[in-house]
Design a protein around this ligand. Sequence first.
Ligand code: URP
Ligand code: ZN
Ligand code: ZN
Length: 464
Amino acid sequence: MRTLITNGTIVGADGSTAADVLIDGEKIALIGRNLAATVTADETLDATGKYVIPGGIDVHTHMELPFGGTFAKDTFESGTRAAAFGGTTSIVDFAVQARGASLRQGLDAWHAKAEGNAVADYGFHMIMSDVNDATLAEMDGLVAEGVPDFKLFTAYPGVFYSDDGAIFRAMQQTAKNGGLIMMHAENGMAIDVVAADLVGEGKTDPYYHGVARYPIFEGEATNRVIRLAEAAGVPVYIVHLSARDAMNAVREARDRGVGVFAETCPQYLFLSLEDLGHGFEGAKFVCSPPLRPADHQEELWTGLIKDDLQLVSTDHCPFDFEGQKELGQGDFRMIPNGLPGVEDRVDLLHDGGVVAGRISPERWVEIVSTAPAKLFGMFPRKGTIAVGSDADVVIYDPKATRTISAKTHHMDVDYSCYEGRQVRGQSDIVLSRGSVIVRDGQFTGRKGAGKFLKRSIADYARIS
Ligand code: URP
Ligand code: ZN
Ligand code: ZN
């Protein structure tokens, strides 16, 4: 199958150009002007007035994550399908090592969830719940299998929490095997003290989830894990960075030449602590780190503009309000943590970033596709419109407007955090490895067409 995309503007992290794109099978075969005059194709897609961009890559999702006595609702089928509607053609999800089990058991379980179900390509990071001689030894094998990143937590005592010694040991192991430690950096021990005090005072509403998790607890933990990484001589990646305090820790470390990388998420750019108000409705916005006072947002945008934050992922972890978030009625500590978002990331960043004049279209593509591909060992196979790359291509209409709503979204969750918000920019046609999987608002892909992405170790020293 050969597909020719004509008359569009290819937008890449390094620049934009008016050119046609020929796709042959699963790969981009040729890029040039007026290709229709010299090549034949089975189908021609007219991209007049549209951007032609590499498919979005969301490197932080949680399909079917067990959390707080329930499971994140999207499966690999519904989640990758929703992602595709929003212009995201690859995800990297977090496999979970259950306490007492091996990394292998966790990884096999996630392969079983995804294989035959995902409609677009997927990779895995590994959540390490236990750091011991056996799991440390297993890390090397996972790196070789294309799962080279390991998430550890200074939050959630008794669940995913690791102490400093465990984190440092995991970092020492990545110094040997080339993997990357990803850190959920909040001081979970201190948060639990404040949270218990608040509940003791009768402050049980979702709003107090946001109150208990002080920004300084995120700043402290972020600085601590960066220092541990410096001591171990390895790079470190901070996930879902939300607060000015953490942003400062990352910037200061990068200024002194430390290999620290970080992501933020749309919820920290567009939502705020106020959304956690309004009684129990605020449960819809409970995630960790929590939504922050609105004055943190502009500092995160500055981080994105100056590249102290390299990318935006979603931390997509959807729980229905009815029956799932409701588990925390009467005690905010029992609300499952997580928000839906995999479908809206590309458009929110286009609208709030490019249309709002904060970033260029090129930086937008870098943030949602190219940087994730580079940092997570997928470049140049993914994250760029280039000859030889996978034909994960989005024909994007920068002028279209849509209203985000749970009534029309494709994520398997009963609410939207952005209900009623109008955004400018929308994916028209989405191709995954050369096949059209979304066209004019209809899904045209196939369950099981997504393949496991065996990822390599990124060359962090060469990524600024
Ligand atoms: O609230 C969140 N972020 N839920 C998902 C688990 C995690 O910490 O990433
Ligand atoms: Zn986390
Ligand atoms: Zn997460």
